[in-house]
Design a protein around this ligand. Structure first.
Ligand code: ATP
Length: 361
């Protein structure tokens, strides 16, 4: 078990990087606390695998250090770092029994058989593999095999961190949620440091206590699922997380007051923007925090679709598209209507980043 610190880390695959776009990973400093459940979340190509490989020791960063409990491990191999990894495709020895697969890492380290047996049975119980222990691994389904990969990580007591690289990719859709909740439950029981890489927001938000959101080689926010939902630190987090994502609308700010298409809007942080501040200003509000109102921001209903749980109402405020969620059973007016934006959930962004209340600019 270890606290993992990434210190002034950067990585470029090519020689002589100069511009930010030359880096697959731009400068980052992160601490993964001992025993925490983390997710690295972002779209394809944002640098998740690069970061994972740097932490595991498969890749040496072109700049900066990796520390485990304060000790510099940047030059050490995955084996020397004592890492367990669960990949997209389960890595199991098909000709061996489930029991022998789980026992393998312990026997490899010369652990006495009595201890091996105790550990294997304990982990098999945790991962629901008890009934198949003596079966050949080749006969198991993909989720069973993935449980073996996971079990092999859990069986060792010397593992500093368990890393998951898109571990549910080959799992049947209807079994995904089962394995996902199993992982969460196991983390709560064993409290090992776990880092889970995915491009799927549901997987990240249900597994992790803290999510590291990445975009084009940059960490844009590290936060709890609630923080990412309620206070996106960057426009990217707003529209990448949530379904539908946050509305992002051009706005103007004058005298600490925000205006959307000429209409005044109360926000939680427009007061922090100095008048004529440089850069593009935008308003961010999630569809969950907008409602239909008797009197409010003038809008036009364009389309209504039904998600089964609520209605997604697409409107226009001037020429800006604005989506809101309305409970089932509530009648949606056609044509002209008015909207109410929840002020404490309406935020101003400048050049993509949340304008911090008071302290910014
Ligand atoms: P995915 O989900 O598709 O695996 P990712 O978020 O894991 O994507 P990375 O694989 O880390 O992203 O890639 C980050 C950037 O680095 C991409 O622009 C990619 O093209 C580039 N890259 C990755 N591996 C190499 C390599 N071996 N040599 C050169 N460039 C690479």
């Amino acid at each position: 078990m270890a606290t993992i610190t990434l210190d002034d880390l950067r990585h470029a695959y090519g020689p002589n990087p100069e511009r930010p776009e030359d880096y697959a990973l731009q400068q980052l400093d992160i601490t993964f606390e001992d025993g925490g459940a983390y997710a690295l979340l972002g779209p394809s190509g944002c640098g998740k695998t690069t970061l994972l490989n740097i932490i595991s020791g498969l890749l040496t960063p072109s700049h900066g250090r990796v520390l485990f409990d304060g000790k510099d491990v940047t030059g050490l191999s995955p084996d020397e770092r004592q890492i367990a990894q669960v990949f997209q495709f389960p890595v199991v020895y098909d000709t061996m029994s489930v029991y022998d697969n789980l026992a393998f890492p312990l026997r490899n380290r010369g652990v006495p058989e009595s201890e091996v047996d105790k550990k294997v049975r304990e982990i098999a119980a945790m991962t629901d593999l008890e009934d198949t222990l003596m079966n050949r691994a080749s006969g198991l389904t993909a989720d069973g095999k993935q449980k073996i990969s996971l079990g092999r990580g859990l069986v060792r007591s010397d593992v500093n961190v368990i890393m998951f690289d898109e571990p549910l990719t080959v799992i049947d859709p209807h079994l995904k949620w089962q394995l996902r909740s199993k992982l969460k439950e196991l983390h709560q029981r064993v409290k090992r440091t776990m880092i889970y890489v995915t491009h799927d927001q549901t997987e990240a938000l249900t597994f992790a206590d803290k999510v590291v959101v990445m975009n084009v080689g940059q960490v844009v926010q590290i936060g709890t699922p609630v923080e990412l939902f309620e206070t996106p630190g960057h426009e990217f987090v707003g529209h990448f997380i949530g379904s539908p994502g946050m509305n992002i609308l051009d706005c103007e700010v004058k005298g600490g007051q925000a205006f959307l298409q000429g209409q005044p809007i109360e926000t939680s942080n427009a007061g922090a923007v100095k008048d004529r501040a440089e850069g593009s200003l935008r308003l961010g509000i999630r569809p969950e925090f907008i409602s239909l109102a008797e009197d409010g921001i003038a809008a036009e209903v364009v389309k209504v679709s039904d998600s089964g749980r609520y209605q997604i109402v697409e409107t226009r405020v001037g020429d800006a598209p604005v989506k809101l969620l309305v409970n089932e059973g509530i009648e949606i007016p056609t044509g002209r209507t008015a909207l109410s934006f929840q002020a404490d959930r309406t935020r101003v962004y400048r050049d993509g980043w949340l304008v911090a209340g008071g302290a910014d600019i």
